[in-house]
Unconditional design. Structure first.
Length: 107
């Protein structure tokens, strides 16, 4: 019975840490860039685009496709960085808690 109570306390503590980590993830931002910094954008922790900056030299009427590709590349760059920051935040929240083999944390 004593072991079950200890397990329940650990589960509650883990749940609280997970909630804190989710709040930290929501506060994260990541900046992506492409074209050597000519296109920059910022994503929120939820993956929403918050800002987009395009160097004026790229705004050429006949080259819209290039600009579109650079925006997509900058978005992907920011998304990779955001995913890595989220993983680090969750890893930090879990600390040294060892999960049984085959059990993974939700993303």
């Amino acid at each position: 019975m004593k072991d079950i109570m200890g397990l329940m306390k650990q589960a509650k503590a883990m749940q609280e840490k997970m909630e804190q980590a989710k709040a930290q993830i929501a506060d994260l931002t990541a900046e992506g860039q492409s074209g050597g910094g000519l296109v920059r954008l910022t994503l929120s922790g939820e993956g929403h685009m918050q800002a987009l900056k395009i160097d004026p030299s790229l705004i050429v009427q006949d080259e819209a496709e290039i600009l579109e590709d650079l925006i997509i590349a900058a978005f992907h760059d920011a998304k990779v960085k955001l995913d890595q920051a989220q993983q680090e935040t969750m890893k930090g929240a879990m600390g040294d808690i060892q999960l049984p083999p085959g059990v993974e944390l939700p993303s």
